[in-house]
Each structure stands twice: as structure tokens, then as C-alpha cells.
Write a protein that binds this ligand. Sequence first.
Ligand code: CP
Length: 317
Amino acid sequence: MRSFLGRDILSLKDFSRDEFLRVFQVAEDLKPYARDRRNTDLLKNKTLLTAFYQPSTRTRLSTEAAMHRLGGHVLGFSDAKMTRAGDFYQESIKDTFHMLEYYADVIAIRHFQQGAPAEAARWASVPVINCGDGWGEHPTQVLTDLYTIWLEKGTLDGLRVLCVGDMRMRTMHSILYAASQFDLSADVVSPPEMSLLPEFKAELDAMGVSYREVPSVADCLADADVIYMEPVVQADYTQSRVERGSETGRTPEAYRVTRPLLADRAKRDAIILHSLPRMDELPEDVDETRHQRYWVEAFNGVVMRMALLSLVLGAAE
Ligand code: CP
């Protein structure tokens, strides 16, 4: 297994099975701090910089919370409009990150352009963590999701995952790449205009990922061990920011997971993950069902980011 020390976390294509399991183990070791709301001094001499060029609630704040739990320092921006990258100068990724590396020991970036974190990593000698890049990938979210499945099911092998939502979405890319390292098969449900892109399918085929495209949730819900959701009513992730219009549209029934449908078709032990935010694809009354795991997933997001920061900064091996 390669060392995580100094490593950029850019894509789950880079992760081997052993590396996934190592990250989960480090997360388990660090979980008591988050569970007991305690801070440690493992990273007391380290600084995290969050460079967020797109809105975020969970990813930025859980990464910052993780660094605080580990006793480190945090600085950064959550709106590029208040930096020279977002004003008259339109400062490049190269110039920005060439400089930011002097301000911190690790950089977490979210950007609306696919590949921007990889470009940042070319110019920063400190580890760069991809916190979502356009339609590209969302490695820290999907590590959190996989960690949650691993905890809930005790394994990532022999499971069928129902992926429902916009298949252009970065989480869908990351989870299907990760499936190549486990005995995970996927049922993929999306509107035709949001289906898996041909080049992505070619990658999955080359990686040996087992998946089938299914017209509606109702057609495959009975087979699912894990229901993995994204909205189909959502923002354009290639934009820096999208304001909500007066009419957002409604999610067609084929892409919704509702309480009556779960009661009628789902396995008793099927779990639902959703990276959030949600729209009407996942009604709030599902929160009260045995299947809901998205709130513990949110807690696990802090633990996972503690693990990643510890690993890339050398506080864990
Ligand atoms: N899950 C997720 O990426 O949420 P945020 O956009 O709030 O970070």
C-alpha cells in the first residue's frame, strides 16, 4: 500500500481496496473524539486552508470541524468573489495555489471546473483534497458514504447498490469508480438526459464495474441493500453559483424514494444514503423509517475528514 503522507486526494480511481480499508480503520480510531465532542492535539502544529469556489454546507464545515477536532488551525474562503480569483483579475488556479501553499500545510478545494483540484495540486507542494469539482468527483463524500455502508453492513462485498438521481453528478462518478475495488454491483436509475455518459461507461467497463441501467426505482428497489440518492432537480454544478428560480420543477415518481414505496418493496435491512441537500426525491417522512442513514452519514463525514487529514499530514500511517 502506498503511504498517504503528503498525498493529494483527488480521485477515487487512485484508491486500492486496501487503501479504502485503511482509511476506514483510521476513522474508527479517531471516531471517539468526534463522538465524545472532544478535541485532541494530533495536528496542533498544522494548518488547513479551505478554498471553496462553490457553495457548500457540509463539506467545507465538516472538513474545518475535523481540523478543529484534531487541534489544528483553519483559514480560507467560502466565496471566491471576495478573492482575486473572482474579481477583475480572475487570478488563475496556478497563481492562486502557488501562493496558498505558503499559507497552510494542506488545502481543501471545491471548484466548479472539473479537474481544478488536480491543476491546483500541480502548483501546490502541500496535499490538496478535492472537495468536489464540477461534474467530476467528490472523493471525501464518497469515502464517507462507503465508510457508512461498511459500518452498517460490516462489508462492502456482495452488496447491490441502487444509485438514483443525476448520473452526471460527481458523487455518482466516485462511487462507481470505488465499486471496482469491491464486489459491489449497481442498479442505475436516472432520467435519460441525466444518464451515464458514454465515456464514463467506457471507463466503468474497463475497470470491470458491474452495473445495469434500470428505468425506475420501483423496478429494482426490492434488490437493493443500499439506496444511494442524488436529486434530479438540482443546480448546474459547472457554475460557480446558481440562484433558485421561482419554479424548480418536481421529481418524476420514477426517481423518488417514498415511504409507501419502501414499505411495499424494500428489504427490511436496506439503508438509504443521501449526500444532501435534498429536494422532493426523498420526502422528510422517510427520516422516520428504519432505512434512513443520512444523518449518521453526516456525522461520519467529520470522522472521515479527520482520518484523511491525519493520514495526509502524517499523524496516522
Ligand atoms: N454533500 C455535499 O457535498 O454537501 P455540501 O454541498 O453542502 O458540501
